[in-house]
Every structure is written in C-alpha cells, then in structure tokens.
Design a protein around this ligand. Structure first.
Ligand code: DSN
Length: 425
C-alpha cells in the first residue's frame, strides 16, 4: 500500500546551496516525525517526486500535443498525451486537460469557458465548506461574477437540496459548483445534476479533495451527472501540485481554449509528467486498497473521537475528512491547532457551519486521513490517534506544555515504524 522510499539526499543542492538544502532536510524530518492530518495533504511517491524534478521543466510548450507554438516537442507531446490518456482511463471521461497550474486557475478556466463577467454563478459558501473559487466574495470569482451561495442545514450539517434547488431556479446561474474543502459526507452528484438541468446551468464537480477516492472506487463518480470535473492532483490523488479539467467531448474545445490561451501560458511539463506517473499509480489495484483504507481510517477515527465527546459536523464522515466543532470543549480552533502542532500533530483550524467566531480565529479544526494512510496506519491505530488529539486539545485548554511534549514523543515513536513514502529513509 505504501510507495517505495526516496533514496536521495540532494547532493547537488547541498553542494550548491547548503542553506536551502538544510531547509529541505528540516522539512523532510518534520514530515517524517509528525502526524500530518491536514486532509488536503499527502505523501507522494519517490517516482512522482523524481518526475516533478526532471529536465522537462526546461521546455516551453504553449498549445496542445500536435498543435504547439514552439518546436522540439518530440518528447513533451508524448508526456502530455500519456497524462491525458491515463486521466481519461482512470476517471472514465472523454476529455482531459492536464495543464491547469492548480485548482484555482482550473476553476477560473471553467468560468472563462462558460460565463461572462457579471453573470450569476453558484457554489457552496466558504464558511459552510465550499471553496474561495466557488463564487465567494473576496475571490476574483465573486468579484467578477455575481456569486450566490448555498450552505448546509444547521440541524444536520448536510446540504439542503431544497435550498439548492430553490436558489438555482430563482437565480438561474450560468455555472453551479458542487464539492468543497470541508465536506465530510458523500456528495450527491445525481441530485446536483437534476437541479442543474432544471435550472439550465453548467454543473461543475470540484473533486479536488476526493479525486483519489473517486479514482479508487471509494466515493461515487460524478461522471454520469456533471458537465465538468475540476480537480487538483495533489490531495487524495497523491500526485504533484497541479490540476486537471475533465468533461465529455462536447465541452473539450471550450475548456482547452479557456486554459490556453485564455488563462495560462506554457504548461509546467515536469508537473504533467508527475501527473502521468501518479495516474499510473492510481490505476493499480493497490491504489484501490489505499483509497478504501483512507475512508476506513477516517470512519474509525471519527468513532473514536465521538466516543471522547468531540462534536463532529454532520455527526461523522463518509470520506477522508472530519470537521470538529470544539465549542463544547471550550477551546478555540486556532489555540487547539497550534497546541496540536507542538504535540507533533499537524491540523488546520477551520470555520464550522454557522460559526459565531471569525475565519482567522474559528471554532473548529479540520483533520483527515490521507497522509497517515499513505504511511500504512490502519483503523486499529485510530484509537491512539483520537487519544492524542483528545489529550492535545485538553492540554491546549490548560496550557499544559508538558502534556504536549509527552504526546509529541509518543507520536514520533509510533511513526518511526511507518516510514513515509518519498522521504529519505
Ligand atoms: N487549500 C485547499 C485545502 O486545504 O482544502 C483548498 O484549496
């Protein structure tokens, strides 16, 4: 299930720039010794790391395979074609564009393809679990378009499809986004598809968080229900930092034109290569095991947290992510996140739906299981993980630094037996 270890120690970098090499080494140690629970992070394999550090980065390739504005594309065209064909096979789509630099530019390209400035667009509100680029006010997507936002129900923490439908039919958005960054439950793509068709909107599934689960069969696929799929490649999918847009053939031209020349210049070919490698990994049976293990770990962790009195938004999880409201523990999310960091447990503070606190000092923390699963931790370890979180949050409330130091030592001790993919052994 875990990927092979990285055999290198960066000799050229160490010789040329010891200061920078020392920082890379320090980050490698940090990633090895801490329990990384940020749900959008992961460990990529040594193969993905190698591909993303190749001479492919020396090449400019504006255009698409067979239709470039620069010569010398003999190899680059094949690299990009491999990535595209693998994306089509892994996700079962007719068209894939692997050039977006990351998730936000990918989403911006979707607006460019299907909307005009000033048009109404619709997505989930950021504090409810959506993403900035789903039309939130401070983002270009909320400034250049008229963003209308849906949320989750106060009582269940689940998406209110009556509200989504009512809003879509009233506002008639050109584009509707589903998906987000803090959604612990299965996304009902079929329900969104019905509403989008009724409203005459282009439906975009932003599966950045769950792409690896979709690829591994651990979350239903949006393919039959949506017009466009947008995803980053570096979260559960375990590839390099990049993005992809996928669709049926009918939208291929509009999306391709929007990415280049609409929004971007030359693609980052080293990233394209690493995406191709990650997609090859995602097509292996072991990736299915990993995707299902991510969910099994998250469910086991959620149960163990509930048993310790934690309040989980929506009452649990169906995927890789758990959103915790720490209000009953009387510890603000930011104070808890910083204390857990000192205890060797890396999380991010996060708003919870209907949060009464500010986004920079919210009530919750967001955790997830992709990274620990990539290290080989299993459901039987989740009681221990929940215990550490419980002790860390309690210590945060009391300012008990000794307790945090004790947890940090226990974390490092367990993780020493689970080497992380891609890191020096
Ligand atoms: N920054 C990503 C996340 O952590 O979910 C979203 O873009």
């Amino acid at each position: 299930m875990t990927a092979p270890q990285h055999p290198y120690t960066h000799p050229a970098l160490t010789a040329a720039d010891p200061e920078l090499a020392a920082l890379v080494g320090a980050e490698e140690r940090l990633q090895a010794e801490t329990l990384r629970l940020i749900p959008s992070e992961n460990y990529v394999s040594a193969a993905v790391l190698e591909a993303s550090g190749t001479v492919l980065q020396n090449k400019y390739s504006e255009g698409y395979p067979g239709r470039r504005y620069y010569e010398g594309q003999q190899n680059i065209d094949q690299v990009e074609t491999l990535a595209v064909e693998r994306a089509k096979a892994v996700f079962g789509v007719e068209h894939a564009n692997v050039q977006p630099y990351s998730g936000s530019p990918a989403n911006l390209a979707v607006y460019l393809a299907f909307a005009e400035p000033g048009d109404t667009v619709m997505g989930m509100a950021l504090p409810m679990g959506g993403h900035l680029t789903h039309g939130w006010g401070v983002s270009a997507t909320g400034k250049w378009f008229r963003g209308v936002q849906y949320g989750v129900r106060h009582d269940t923490g689940l998406i209110d499809f009556d509200e989504v439908r009512e809003l879509a039919l009233k506002e008639r958005p050109k584009v509707i986004f589903c998906g987000g960054t803090a959604l612990p439950r299965t996304i009902d793509f079929a329900a969104f598809g019905e509403i989008a068709r009724e409203a005459g909107a282009v439906l975009v599934a932003d599966i950045a968080h769950i792409a690896g689960l979709v690829a591994g069969g651990a979350h239903p696929s949006p393919v039959p229900h949506v017009d466009v799929i947008s995803t980053t490649t570096h979260k559960t999918l375990r590839g390099p930092r990049g993005a992809m847009l996928m669709s049926r053939e009918e939208h291929a031209k509009a999306l391709d034109k929007a990415v280049f020349p609409g929004l971007q210049g030359g693609p980052h070919n080293q990233t394209t290569a690493a995406i191709a490698v990650a997609l090859r990994e995602a097509s292996q049976p072991t990736f299915r095991d990993y995707a299902h293990a991510v969910v099994a770990n998250a469910k086991a962790l959620a149960e163990a947290l509930l048993a310790r009195g934690f309040d989980l938004v929506s009452g649990g999880t169906d995927n890789h992510l758990i959103l915790m409201d720490l209000t009953p523990k009387q510890v603000p999310g930011k104070i808890a996140a910083k204390a857990l960091d000192r205890a060797g447990i890396v999380v991010n503070y996060n708003t919870v739906p209907y949060d009464t606190r500010k986004p920079f000092d919210p009530s919750g923390i967001r955790i997830g299981t992709p990274s620990l699963t990539s290290r080989g931790l299993a459901p039987e370890h989740m009681t221990l993980v929940a215990d550490w979180i419980d002790r860390g949050v309690a210590a945060a409330g009391k300012g008990d630094e000794q307790a945090l130091t004790a947890v940090r030592a226990e974390v490092a001790d367990l993780l020493a037996a689970f080497p992380a993919p891609g890191l020096p052994v």
